[in-house]
Design a binder for this molecule. Structure first.
Ligand code: HEC
Ligand code: HEC
Length: 294
């Protein structure tokens, strides 16, 4: 037997519901529970009055009660954008008339130029170079200090202004690696051999015997652009082949493909698409990403 107390049925009100002799007590809700319930009701009314809250349909589309504090995220963002745009326009004019080093000498202008450059980069460059400028296969990473065409501020500005292999710009950076197999400059076997040699330059797994034969081919065919030691030449836009940074991939097949058919990536010229101030801001921004040279 348990010593649980048994309540006489007539002491507590029942709801009158009964199922097979089981009656439903009409117990009141606990006081604390009710109090919290009332507080939430009062709170919701206050919230509704002050803050954006209830969506409703009005002719013209969906809208919502805005609340007397006018705290809509959209108003806030619109306000911020208007502020920044006005500020940037004023500074961009200023930036356009100064040299890159003058801009860098003014801490305030420099910071604003970097912010402007970051936002123009997202709008114009991120599609190819990635939103963090990290690059993709065929599109160089702009954060590192491995530069195909040069990492000085003036080099970067020139690249942005005139593009790379961009037909419409007479000053564009230009140089074409020959298509060694496609245009039959060397035989397929020789392409294999020089591929092994290129792999050996950066310490990748390679066939030493073939690489040795490839070495001569490299000296005859490739050194004019990539330098005798394979370290590349920025005047030629010929990448360093001795480091571990690869624009088109370091797998044997990738390297073979590059040598056999060449790649010759294209980057648009921006001088007729963007205003002077924006180009300078972009140059400063890219230069600041980590690999900029003095
Ligand atoms: C349509 C794609 C595309 C767009 C858009 C683009 N780029 Fe490029 N960019 C390239 C390619 C491809 C290369 C490498 C070309 C080569 O093989 O030499 C390159 C190279 C560069 C280089 C030279 C890197 C080095 O190592 O010397 C810089 C600097 C650069 N881009 C900056 C920019 C900036 C700034 C923008 C935006 C205004 C931009 N790019 C937009 C495709 C693009
Ligand atoms: C006329 C100049 C020139 C010659 C000669 C030349 N290259 Fe290139 N090479 C380039 C340029 C420019 C690039 C990079 C630009 C591009 O293709 O987008 C390049 C890129 C490469 C790459 C890709 C590097 C990477 O990071 O993915 C390899 C590999 C390469 N060359 C190997 C060779 C070999 C091997 C030879 C000789 C058989 C050779 N090149 C001859 C100009 C040259």
């Amino acid at each position: 037997m348990t010593d649980q107390e048994v309540k006489p049925e007539d002491e507590i009100e029942t709801t009158g519901h009964e199922w097979d002799g089981i009656k439903e007590y009409n117990n009141p809700l606990p006081r604390w529970w009710l109090n919290i319930f009332y507080i939430t009701i009062v709170w919701s009314i206050g919230y509704w009055v002050f803050m954006p809250a209830i969506p409703y349909w009005a002719p013209g589309g969906w809208t919502y009660t805005e609340g007397i504090r006018e705290l809509s995220q959209r108003n806030k963002v619109a306000g911020q954008i208007a502020e920044v745009t006005a500020e940037r326009a004023a500074h961009r004019d200023e930036v356009a008339n100064l040299s890159l080093s003058q801009i860098r000498d003014s801490e305030e202008l420099y910071q604003i130029a970097l912010a402007g450059g970051a936002s123009s980069f997202r709008d114009n460059c991120a599609g190819c170079h990635g939103s963090g400028a990290q690059g993709f296969t065929g599109f160089p990473n702009l954060n590192d200090d491995d530069w195909i065409w040069g990492g000085k501020l003036s080099d970067i500005e020139f690249t942005i202004r005139h593009g790379i292999r961009w037909e419409d710009d007479p000053d564009t950076r230009y140089n074409e690696m020959p298509r060694y197999l496609a245009d039959e400059f060397i035989s397929r076997e020789e392409v294999y051999q020089v591929t092994e040699y290129v792999l050996s330059l950066s310490g990748l797994d390679h066939d030493a015997e073939e690489a040795e034969k490839g070495k001569t081919i490299f000296a005859n065919e490739c050194a004019t652009c990539h330098a005798d030691d394979g370290a590349g030449m920025q005047e030629m836009g010929a990448p360093n082949l001795t480091d571990s940074i690869w624009l088109y991939g370091s797998d044997r097949e990738d390297v073979f493909e590059t040598i056999a058919y060449a790649r010759n990536g294209v980057m648009p010229a921006w001088q007729n698409r963007l205003d002077e101030g924006t180009i300078k801001e972009l140059a400063l921004y890219v230069h600041s990403l980590g690999g900029g040279e003095e």
